[in-house]
Ligand binder design. Structure first.
Ligand code: NAG
Ligand code: NAG
Ligand code: NAG
Length: 490
């Protein structure tokens, strides 16, 4: 019901609006002519005492001139004067924009047709045509002598520049009901949202409506820039003001610093611009690339928000350098050509795929050695081996050829590293479980795919000590290690 009503209202307005044609296109329009001022004004205090038409009366005198204050710009159409005395010697009508002039001559009536016995009436009409349009706020009538004036009537219409068909003529200043997206008492400017073109008065040939700025629904206001209008070849001069939703730019068409353009949202969406969310430590600032959202990352840091270390870098504790370069040797080891985890050569090559082990006494007894050691550096040693500098921190299970505590070398087959059987990083503590299988030199400390390297957890120390005590108490006797140790028992 209400929808139908609103629609009907809209239709009736559309059809009855003289400022738009039935197809909805703007057209030139004018408010109606109305009575603007009447009676005798302040400069002519002694109005004729006699009612109109009752013959010449006592000298109701306007001494030489009369000024009418219309209080606002009007398009003058006619001025009528009614005298209660014989007409004055002459009549000069002038108009001004504001009180005090400058006065512009409208009409001069030099010769009065003699002395008349009846009240005299005289009317000036503004000539038709655009040239003769008279916009006035004040009128002055000069008589060349004294005259008894009964009434003055001024008619005209509001000056709405062809953009309004209705006007509140009695308000001060008179207010036009502006159309064509114009505003102001006389429709003399464009509405804040419609300033893409310069304001112009409508003419019967062209209605010159104000045109909307394209602000992608992020701004309600714009301003007209004549230089931009000129540069655009007269197509567009609007500059959006106070873009919302974190947008910026002449058409609110890109994002503010600290935000980036979400490509999954349309530019007119309130969510078109997303906050950058640069990581406070990983990024060098909070302003990301406006098209990709990429934050500026510190050296070695990667990710859209700079939240992780790039290839060849590992996390550090330094907020200044949150990612530090992994020492060169490791990276070359990890990418040793000839073998990789996906390489067929690596299929079923490694024994242990997971990184945890259930350490029973039996398992413990099967190990050739159990060490807590820190891996310090890597080094290429020939085509088949990698030499590790390690620092042995604790020996839980001693092998036949004793391993001493402290710094020493350990050896890892290149392929075992490349296939990922052992994952070792310099500067990290490990629990190393060793097997003597395939060890070419019993004196060397070898770690290979039959063994295991688990990143060290301090909570492992206590159970390992217990296993060590059990072993010393003869707990491994009867539990045979998988490969018999060639060396002597001590
Ligand atoms: C009319 O104006 C003239 C000149 O301005 C002045 O001399 C005269 O006294 C005035 N007469 C009256 C009645 O105000
Ligand atoms: C922002 O990212 C785009 C696309 O990735 C790229 O073409 C452009 O050069 C970047 N801009 C800056 C200032 O880095
Ligand atoms: C490795 O796997 C082989 C075959 O499955 C097995 O005989 C050997 O005991 C395993 N070694 C270790 C240390 O688990």
């Amino acid at each position: 019901m209400s929808v139908t009503f609103v629609l009907l209202l809209f239709l009736s307005q559309a059809t009855s609006d003289p400022c738009y044609d039935p197809g909805g296109r703007p057209r030139f329009c004018l408010p109606p002519v109305t009575q603007l001022a009447g009676g005798v004004m302040a400069s002519c205090p002694q109005a004729c005492a006699l009612p109109a038409g009752s013959g010449p009366g006592p000298a109701a005198t306007c001494n030489s001139s009369l000024t009418l204050d219309l209080d606002g710009p009007f398009l003058l159409t006619s001025v009528s004067l009614r005298f209660c005395t014989p007409g004055p010697p002459a009549l000069v009508l002038s108009a001004a924009w504001a009180a005090g002039g400058p006065w512009r001559l409208l009409w001069r009536r030099p010769a009065w047709p003699g002395v008349l016995g009846a009240p005299e009436r005289v009317t000036f009409r503004s000539p038709p045509g655009p040239k003769a349009k008279v916009v006035v706020s004040h009128l002055r009538v000069e008589f060349g002598g004294q005259a008894g004036l009964a009434a003055a009537g001024v008619r005209g219409r509001c000056q709405c520049h062809g953009h309004a068909a209705r006007c509140a003529a009695r308000t001060r200043p008179p207010r036009c009901r502006c159309r064509h997206h114009t505003t102001g008492p006389g429709c003399e400017s464009c509405r804040p949202s419609h300033r893409d073109w310069p304001w112009r008065p409508a003419t019967p040939q062209h209605p010159h409506p104000c045109l909307p700025c394209s602000c992608n629904q992020h701004a309600r206001r714009c301003r007209f820039n004549s230089e931009l209008f000129r540069l655009s070849g007269g197509r567009s001069g609007g500059v959006c003001e106070r873009c919302r939703h974190h947008t910026a730019g002449r058409h609110c068409h890109y994002c503010q610093p600290g935000f980036w353009r979400d490509p999954s949202q349309s530019i007119t969406s309130r969510k078109a611009c997303k906050a950058c969310q640069c990581h406070p430590i990983g990024a060098t600032g909070g302003t990301c690339n406006q098209t990709s959202g990429q934050c500026p990352c510190k050296l070695g840091v990667t990710g859209l928000t700079c939240n992780r270390c790039g290839p060849g870098y590992q996390q550090s504790r330094s907020p200044r350098m949150p990612c530090q370069r992994v020492p060169e040797a490791t990276t070359t080891l990890a990418t040793t050509p000839g073998a990789s985890r996906s390489d067929p050569q690596c299929q079923n090559y490694c024994n242990v795929s997971d990184t945890s082990v259930h350490m029973s006494l039996q398992k413990y007894c099967q190990q050739d050695y159990v060490l807590h050691a820190q891996v310090l550096t890597f080094e290429v040693a020939g085509s088949a081996w990698r030499r590790l500098a390690v620092r042995v921190l604790a020996v839980y299970k001693q092998r036949a050829q004793p391993v001493r505590r402290g710094s020493q070398d350990a050896w890892v087959p290149r392929v075992d590293l490349a296939c990922g059987c052992l994952r070792l990083r310099p500067g990290t503590d490990y629990l190393l479980l060793g097997s003597a299988a395939g060890d070419p030199d019993p004196a060397r400390l070898v770690l290979d795919r039959h063994g295991l390297a688990l990143p060290w957890r301090p909570r492992w120390a206590r159970p390992l000590r217990r296993l060590q005590q059990e072993e010393r108490a003869g707990g491994c006797r009867g539990l045979r290690p998988p490969t018999p140790s060639p060396g002597p028992e001590h």
